[in-house]
Design a protein around this ligand. Structure first.
Ligand SMILES: *[C@@H]1O[C@H](CO)[C@@H](O)[C@H](O)[C@H]1NC(C)=O
Ligand SMILES: *[C@@H]1O[C@H](CO)[C@@H](O)[C@H](O)[C@H]1NC(C)=O
Ligand SMILES: *[C@@H]1O[C@H](CO)[C@@H](O)[C@H](O)[C@H]1NC(C)=O
Length: 646
């Protein structure tokens, strides 16, 4: 018997025998006053030392398949079925115009299980606790606004607007405008979220909205046409007189409160959105820039056996307050202009606690669609490289000499660099300031396969399975060459992270796995990656319109924002040809293809349009002075008539 076998047998089997024997011995001595403790079979300690176990990813993939099947069977196939599920889930009648919306969805062959639209109701619900008159006033006079009047679209923005998003959004409404009531849509043209209303205040609004007479009115009581905005002409907000203008209380660089306008303190604004029972609520600003925070164990509130099982919670900084020192959004965002008061504001993404109303990000409508290139080169799975690809600029937060190691994209570059990881786990940590993995004994208990398969070194393994590159370090202060061009490098991290030349999006899909890491907003590439024939891995804190229709572990692989799980994920899915353990290449291929197939069903231009359309009907209703009476009830009325005729 080799000593290793003895050791492993001891861990597997003998402890139970010894414990049992000891327990019964004690029982004999102390009887009858002693009951033996339950044996902890299957405890994580035992699992961690098993040579082979059902891999946690296998279970997560099975669960995902199950959740997916359950949801797709809920797709309504008639108007009255759609209206019925709507009433059940929302506690209201559908909004007027629901029938045309439904018919268009049907013609477009769209899948519309009610749960795909949950986000709309989460976002809009607090507005039921505000006066419609105030909502209209705020929307009408906001400087960046899209107006729909009589089926025509107008938009206004001010010269400070640096993005062309409002134009793209306005354009996206052209085709559906004739079906929309008059509305004013205030939009967030900035890259970062702007509304952070305290949890308590939001709860108050929700309660007030519930108190209102909002239920399922009797069909004959229901009004079926919107009031409209005839009294509010489609002029630029800048033409309004001073007293007609509404000014929201922004805390920003123009604010007199200097402390509040310091972008590094964004966490102090954001944490107010956290429910009081979450650890984020009382977490103070992390004020030691020279140090990092790094979890020494995966957060069990949303991971199971080391992997994300709750992708929604994995995005939520309130349940993982370490993020305040591990994500650029909180370390130092590119800007700060925030408010603790509610107003309607449409945006492409937000942190889970922000109060914007989400619709598809403007990048998805960009004409040249450079973020949505198809992977035409290598669609054949077996001809792809056995690697994880990621490329991008190190954006996401301001890259400064004393804080860069707390930015998430820098961390990802370092944690996928074999040389860096190897040095770090061998206690040479000066070159890996951006992360601090648990001790290898603990790590091995969490991710036993990683150490079993790659016992000697991370270096060669990671080199063979990753292709990760930073294309621009976005240095602060900016570095210039002799002729005044901005350099892509950065003196304070050049030694540790090298800048590489960007490759076109089309070439990303030469790799079997493509990672997607957010920056200071959503990543516009994600939809493209899901639609590609490569397998997506996704880490983000940002919520988007499509979150309820993509299933983690079926259409993409969710990754923790600490990236601690990246090795386990790579080990599971990505096997080098030389390696000999059981291959899960088929699982990676399955996710890659399921994502591509699903994306061609639920992430089409038609689907974005239908989401927006439904959202705007709801938004028009909640802003309407007669909102409690507005609804679609044709299906009920018709049925009533038929009933009478019988
Ligand atoms: C998990 O969530 C609970 C309730 O929000 C919280 O008390 C606990 O600290 C969280 N655990 C971790 C590891 O964050
Ligand atoms: C990986 O790390 C080494 C050592 O820190 C560094 O020299 C190299 O540039 C890094 N590679 C990349 C692609 O950043
Ligand atoms: C990384 O991917 C790009 C694009 O497919 C490719 O050109 C490059 O050779 C790859 N590098 C490595 C080290 O695999």
């Amino acid at each position: 018997m080799s000593p290793r076998w003895v050791a492993s047998a001891f861990y597997h089997f003998y402890p139970h025998v010894f414990i049992l024997a000891a327990v019964y011995l004690l029982m004999l001595v102390f009887q009858p006053s002693f009951t033996p403790p339950a044996l902890q079979f299957g405890s994580s300690w035992v699992n961690g030392h098993k040579a082979a176990r059902e891999h946690p990813i296998e279970q997560l993939m099975k669960d995902a398949e199950h959740a997916f099947q359950e949801t797709v069977t809920e797709n309504p196939d008639t108007l009255s079925a759609a209206a019925h599920t709507y009433r059940n889930r929302r506690g209201r009648h559908p909004p007027p115009g629901f029938d045309t919306w439904y018919e268009t969805a049907r013609t477009a062959n769209a899948l519309i299980p009610e749960s795909f639209f949950d986000r709309i109701y989460d976002d809009l619900e607090p507005l039921w606790g505000m006066e419609p008159g105030l909502l209209r006033y705020q929307a009408y006079s906001f400087p960046h606004v899209i107006r729909v009047r009589n089926g025509k679209v107008f938009y206004f923005s001010d010269p400070e607007d640096k993005t062309n998003w409002i134009e793209l959004w306005a354009d996206s409404l052209q085709e559906i405008a004739e079906f929309l009531p008059d509305i004013d849509i205030p939009v967030n043209t900035m890259e970062y979220p702007r509304l952070a209303v305290s949890w308590e205040e939001v709860q108050e609004m929700l309660a007030k909205g519930r108190r209102g007479d909002r239920g399922l009115g009797a069909p004959f009581d229901v009004i079926t046409s919107y009031t409209g905005l005839k009294d509010l002409p489609p002029i630029s907000p800048r033409e309004l007189t001073m007293e007609q203008r509404y000014t929201h209380n922004w805390i920003d660089t123009k604010s007199t409160d200097n402390l509040a306008s310091d972008a590094k303190l964004y966490w102090l604004h954001y944490r107010k959105t956290c429910p009081p029972d979450t650890p984020g609520r009382d977490a103070n600003i992390f004020n030691m820039p020279e140090r990092i925070l790094y979890p020494q164990t995966p957060n069990t509130n949303y991971t199971r056996d080391g992997y994300v099982f709750d992708a929604k919670a994995a995005r939520d900084p309130c349940v993982q307050p370490l993020m305040r020192a591990m994500h650029g959004t909180f370390v130092e965002p590119v800007g700060l202009s925030t408010s603790g008061s509610m107003m309607p504001l449409f945006a492409g993404s937000k942190l889970p606690g922000n109060n914007e109303i989400l619709w598809p990000g403007a990048a998805y409508y960009a004409r040249n669609k450079d973020t949505i290139a198809k992977d035409v080169r290598r669609t054949d799975w077996s001809s792809k490289d056995n690697k994880m690809f990621w490329q991008g600029p190190a954006t996401g937060g301001i890259n400064r000499e004393m804080t860069w190691w707390r930015l998430h994209r820098h961390r990802f570059a370092q944690m996928t660099n074999g040389t860096t990881v190897d040095a770090s786990v061998n206690f040479y940590k000066v070159d890996s300031p951006s992360f601090d993995l648990p001790l290898m004994v603990d790590f091995g208990r969490l991710y036993p396969e990683v150490l079993q398969h790659h016992p000697d070194t991370f270096k060669n393994w990671l080199k063979s399975v990753t292709n990760v590159s930073v294309t621009d370090l976005v240095c602060t202060p900016e570095q210039m060459d002799h002729s005044g061009h901005r350099l892509l490098t950065c003196p304070h991290s050049d030694r540790l992270i090298s800048v590489q030349k960007a490759v076109p999006l089309m070439r990303w899909y030469d790799a079997k796995i493509v990672a997607d890491i957010d920056s200071n907003t959503y990543s516009p590439y994600f939809a493209s990656i899901v639609g590609s024939t490569s397998m997506p891995i996704k880490a983000t804190m940002y919520a988007e319109w499509h979150d309820d229709r993509l299933f983690p572990w079926l259409h993409y692989v969710p990754m923790d924002n600490s990236f601690m799980d990246v090795y386990g994920i790579l080990d599971y899915f990505c096997k080098d040809d030389k390696d000999s353990w059981v291959d899960h290449d088929d699982a990676a291929k399955h996710i890659a293809h399921a994502g591509a197939e699903w994306s061609s069903r639920v992430l089409r231009d038609d689907d974005m349009q239908l989401y927006t359309w439904r959202l705007l009907l709801e938004y028009a209703r909640v802003s309407d002075p007669l909102r409690h009476k507005l609804g679609f009830v044709d299906d009920l009325v018709d049925r009533g008539k038929k009933h009478q005729n019988q």
